[in-house]
Write a protein that binds this ligand. Structure first.
Ligand code: NAP
Length: 258
């Protein structure tokens, strides 16, 4: 099961897993795109692919998706929790509803789907959960405070589950991509959020599937991203906050605030 399969990193997961011969349950809001993708992958790779449209930011939607899959006789043995989005701007200026949706999609849906698929995986003694976090998880992000906090949640949650389930046959991996060339930045709607050279979604997915095969608990794809990921461990926390604030500060009001 791949969430956020209609675009970007999730779309690349769908292609990569279909190429490995996996049958797919594709989840996102864009039903038409999912249906087209399901047809294309089924035809190209001789697999079965199902499109389940859902808004995973809605309460209960993740459980509902799992129930719909079960009703079709489908039991995921790999779950890719990838759907997510970011907001950018001063915390008090961003609509509360949008930020709560962000928490709900980036965290709640990840927890609900993981909880739903685990019992069957444990019963079989095998399975994998891949949670797409971000390098945003590695330090707080002033001006993207909610996004950074949701991804820190995903990283912490995933690593804890990795340890809980490693001896019971279920692999859990947190993926921490840096800037990746997808529609993500159009959704954020702010050029400031796109820091650094963008990797392709395919390279992110390939690196993460290799890490999953090796039983790693987390992966930061890309040498430059790994190097940047070390900085928060080397520098004082307040210095890191200042550096990140300088990169992400909304440009229209850049000079008026610290
Ligand atoms: N691109 C980057 O630089 C970057 C870096 C680090 C981490 N990430 C993470 O990578 C993941 C994938 O993002 P992306 O870069 O591939 O962005 P993207 O191209 O915008 O893809 C986001 C996917 O999530 C789906 N989605 C969004 N809201 C949804 C909702 N409410 N319910 C169900 N599905 C929803 C979208 O499909 P619909 O619109 O059809 O629903 C789409 O398939 C996210 O978790 C993001 O935080 C991205």
């Amino acid at each position: 099961m791949v969430t956020g399969a209609s675009s970007g990193i999730g779309l690349a997961y769908a292609h990569a897993l279909a190429a490995r011969g996996a049958n797919l349950i594709l989840v996102a809001r864009s039903e038409d795109k999912l249906r087209e993708l399901a047809q294309e992958l089924a035809y190209r790779h001789y697999i079965r692919a199902y499109a389940l449209a859902a808004d995973l930011s809605e309460a209960g939607a993740a459980g509902d998706v799992h129930a719909r899959a079960s009703a079709l006789g489908l039991t995921p043995n790999i779950l890719i929790n990838n759907a997510g989005f970011a907001t950018h701007g001063r915390f008090e200026t961003l609509p509360m509803e949008r930020q709560l949706d962000e928490i709900s999609l980036n965290c709640r849906a990840v927890v609900e789907l993981s909880h739903a698929v685990l019992p069957a995986m444990l019963k079989r003694g095998e399975g994998a959960i891949v949670n797409v976090a971000s390098t945003a998880a590695l330090q707080p992000l002033p001006y993207m405070a909610i996004y950074g906090a949701t991804k820190a949640f995903v990283l912490s949650f995933s690593e804890a589950l990795w340890q809980e389930y490693r001896a019971r046959g279920v692999r859990v991996l947190a993926v921490c991509p840096g800037a990746t060339d997808t529609a993500f930045f159009d959704v954020v709607g702010a050029a400031e959020a796109g820091v650094g050279k963008r990797m392709s979604a395919e390279s992110v997915v390939n690196a993460s599937l290799q890490a999953l095969d090796r039983g790693r608990s987390h992966i930061v794809p890309g040498g430059a991203n790994r190097l940047l990921g070390w900085l928060p461990r080397m520098l004082p926390r307040q210095t890191i906050l200042q550096i990140v604030a300088n990169m992400l500060r909304p440009r229209a009001t850049a000079s008026r605030y610290p």
